[in-house]
Design a protein around this ligand. Structure first.
Ligand code: PLP
Length: 447
C-alpha cells in the first residue's frame, strides 16, 4: 500500500515528503482515525475542518444509503429534487428572519461557491444598472479555494505564484490581524484603523468599479485571525455606503465551528451572500451553498427573454444524496446541541492553552472562537518575532504530535486546534495533553 503513495498527488504536500512517510487512514470512529498500520490518532483538524459530527457517524451514513436507493441524481439543468428543496428550506430556516435571506444556490464544493459568489456579485451589478463594477476586494493571507477567481481572491503568494497570471480585478487588503498590526497603536482603535485603510483603497480604486468584498469572518488560513471586534461591522457599513456586496466565506466557520451557528453572529454583521460548505454535510458528502438576500436574488428573477438567470452550474451541485446527508447533519447539529458543545469545549481548550502560554514563552498568541483556535509560536514573545521559517517550529510540533497520536493543521509559525465538534471534555483533555507533550519535546530540542 505505501508503495502506491508515490503515485498520488496529495493536496498541497510535497510529493516526496508525503511518499517518504505517508499517512494513510483506513477507518474513523468519533474523533479518532486509524491508519494502515493500526495506529490511532485524534483527528485534530476534522478532516479539513469539515468532519464536524465525527467519523463513523451512522445517522449520516444511513441518510446517504436511503437516498442512494431512492434517487442518486436529479436533472440539474431542467429541475431539481425534493431533497434539494428541503435543503433550501433548512438553510433559510437557520438564517435570522430580519436579514431577509430568500434564495439558495446549491453546489458541491467550497471553491464552487466562492467562485459562484464572485460571479453573482458581478452579474448583480450588471443587472442593476452598475455595469462598471467588477473589482473584488479580499485580504492578504486569505484562502477562498483553488479555482480561478477563488484563487485570485486568495492572498497567499505561495499558493498563487505557480498559476499566475490570475484573473484581473482582484485587490488585496491588509489582514485585519490584531496580533500583528502594520503599525503601533492602541488595540481599541485597531478596527477603525484597518477599516480606514479599506475605505482609502475603495476611494482610490473608485467605488463605481468595485463589485464585492469577500472575507472569512474568522480567517483560518491567515492563522485563525479574529478581526478586531468593530472591524466587520465597519466593513458592513462601508459596503452599504459604497454600494459594494459583502460576501462571507463561512465554508469553515459555518454550522457551529466557532461556537455559534454562523460566525456572522459574533458581530451581528451579516453578508449579502453567504458561502457555505464543509460542515454543512458533516464532511459525509460534497455539498455547498450560496445563500442570498432577497435584494441580491431579485436581480436574477426575470422572464426567459431577459436572460437574467445565473448562467453557471455544476453537475453534482445539490445532488439528492448530498442534500439528504446535509439535512441529517443539520438535524444532528440542532438536536444534539453541537453548537453549544463547540462553545464549551472551545472555552475549555482556550483556558488550557492560555495556561500553557504562561509556562511556554514560545506561545505568542492564543486566539479563535469555539473550536477554531490558533496557537502562534514566537522566538521572542516581547517583540512577537517568529522563528525563522527554516526552523519549521510549528511543523516540528505537528510531527511530534503525530508520533504521539494527534493530527494537527500546522504551518511553520502556528498550529490550529479544530477537532470534531462532538468532542467530549475528556477527549479534549487528551488532545491538549498530547499537544503539550509535543510542544515540550520540540522546545527541549528533542523534536
Ligand atoms: N474557503 C475556505 C475558507 C476554505 O478553507 C476552503 C477549503 O479549505 C475553501 C474555501 C475551498 O473549499 P473546497 O476545498 O471545498 O473547494
Amino acid at each position: 500500500m505505501k508503495e502506491l503513495a508515490r503515485h498520488i498527488m496529495v493536496d498541497f504536500l510535497p510529493m516526496k515528503v508525503f511518499a517518504d512517510d505517508p499517512l494513510i487512514v483506513t477507518e474513523g470512529r468519533g474523533i479518532y482515525l486509524t491508519d494502515v498500520d493500526g495506529k490511532r490518532y485524534i483527528d485534530g483538524l476534522s478532516g479539513t475542518f469539515c468532519v464536524n459530527l465525527g467519523h463513523g457517524n451512522k445517522g449520516l451514513a444511513e441518510a446517504a444509503s436511503r437516498q442512494y436507493e431512492r434517487l442518486a441524481l436529479a436533472i440539474p439543468t431542467l429541475g431539481t429534487s425534493d431533497r434539494a428543496l428541503e435543503m433550501v428550506k433548512a438553510l433559510l430556516d437557520l438564517m435570522p428572519k430580519a436579514k431577509q435571506y430568500t434564495t439558495v444556490k446549491l453546489l458541491s464544493g467550497g471553491s464552487e461557491v466562492t467562485e459562484a459568489a464572485i460571479k453573482m456579485a458581478r452579474q448583480y451589478h450588471k443587472q442593476t444598472g452598475a455595469a462598471t463594477r467588477y473589482k473584488v476586494l479580499s485580504h492578504y493571507r486569505a484562502y477562498h479555494g483553488a479555482t480561478g477567481h477563488a484563487l485570485a481572491a486568495g492572498g497567499w503568494p505561495g499558493w498563487r505564484a505557480a498559476y499566475e497570471p490570475l484573473p484581473g480585478g482582484f485587490i488585496h487588503l491588509h489582514t485585519p490581524d490584531p496580533y500583528r498590526p502594520p503599525f503601533p497603536g492602541p488595540a481599541e482603535t485597531l478596527g477603525e484603523t484597518y477599516a480606514r485603510l479599506v475605505e482609502e483603497v475603495i476611494e482610490l480604486e473608485g467605488p463605481e468599479t468595485i463589485a464585492a468584498f469577500i472575507t472569512e469572518p474568522i480567517m483560518m488560513s491567515a492563522g485563525v485571525v479574529v478581526p478586531p471586534r468593530d472591524y466587520l461591522p465597519r466593513i458592513r457599513t462601508l459596503c452599504d455606503r459604497y454600494g459594494i456586496l459583502l460576501i462571507y466565506d463561512e465554508i469553515i466557520t459555518g454550522f457551529g465551528r466557532t461556537g455559534t451557528m454562523f460566525a456572522a453572529e459574533h458581530w451581528d454583521a451579516w453578508p449579502d451572500i453567504f458561502c457555505l460548505g464543509k460542515g454543512m454535510s458533516g464532511g459525509y458528502a460534497p455539498l455547498s451553498a450560496n445563500v442570498l438576500t432577497g435584494r441580491v436574488a431579485g436581480a436574477f428573477w426575470g422572464k426567459a427573454a431577459e436572460a437574467v438567470q445565473f448562467h453557471a452550474g455544476h453537475t453534482y451541485g445539490g445532488n439528492p444524496v448530498a442534500c439528504a446527508v446535509g439535512l441529517a447533519a443539520i438535524r444532528q447539529i440542532v438536536e444534539e446541541r453541537i453548537v453549544e458543545n463547540a462553545k464549551a469545549r472551545g472555552a475549555q481548550a482556550q483556558a488550557r492553552l492560555r495556561e500553557l502560554q504562561t509556562r511556554y514563552p514560545v506561545i505568542g498568541d492564543v486566539r479563535g472562537e469555539g473550536l477554531l483556535l490558533g496557537v502562534e509560536f514566537v522566538e521572542d514573545a516581547g517583540r512577537r518575532r517568529r522563528f525563522p521559517p527554516e526552523e519549521q517550529f510549528g511543523l516540528r510540533v505537528r510531527e511530534a504530535a503525530r508520533r504521539r497520536g494527534l493530527l494537527l493543521r500546522a504551518s511553520h509559525w502556528m498550529v490550529a486546534v479544530a477537532p470534531p465538534l462532538t468532542i467530549s471534555a475528556r477527549e479534549m483533555d487528551e488532545f491538549l495533553d498530547i499537544l503539550e507533550a509535543a510542544l515540550r519535546e520540540v522546545v527541549s530540542g528533542k523534536g
